[in-house]
Design a protein around this ligand. Structure first.
Ligand code: ZN
Length: 99
């Protein structure tokens, strides 16, 4: 197996460079809707954030998503993304405990 160079992406919250699998994509659809792209396959402009609600909160506070997407993001959208991240984290922890 050849050694593959692992592509790194920057977290919008903490600013750290991480592997894509440690991050989750936030995407702006062509219609202008912001959502968490858990599949990583949605069309549109994307930004990455750690799979950590704290990083999402940090990005929310500093309005980095608004800046990178150049649009307003409603509070409900942030709340929803946070909920999804919290749920995803709980799932990961469960998997680690069982694995
Ligand atoms: Zn982060």
């Amino acid at each position: 197996m050849p050694i593959k160079k692992i592509p790194l992406r920057m977290c919008t919250g903490c600013g750290e460079m991480k592997q894509k699998k440690e991050l989750v994509r936030v995407v702006k659809s062509p219609q202008g809707d912001i959502s968490l792209d858990v599949t990583g396959r949605q069309n549109g402009r994307g930004a990455y954030v750690c799979k950590n609600p704290d990083c999402l909160k940090k990005a929310r506070k500093t309005r980095r998503f608004e800046r990178s997407f150049q649009c307003q993001i409603p509070a409900e959208v942030y709340d929803q993304m946070e909920q999804i991240l919290v749920a995803a984290m709980a799932e990961t922890q469960e998997m680690q405990q069982n694995g």
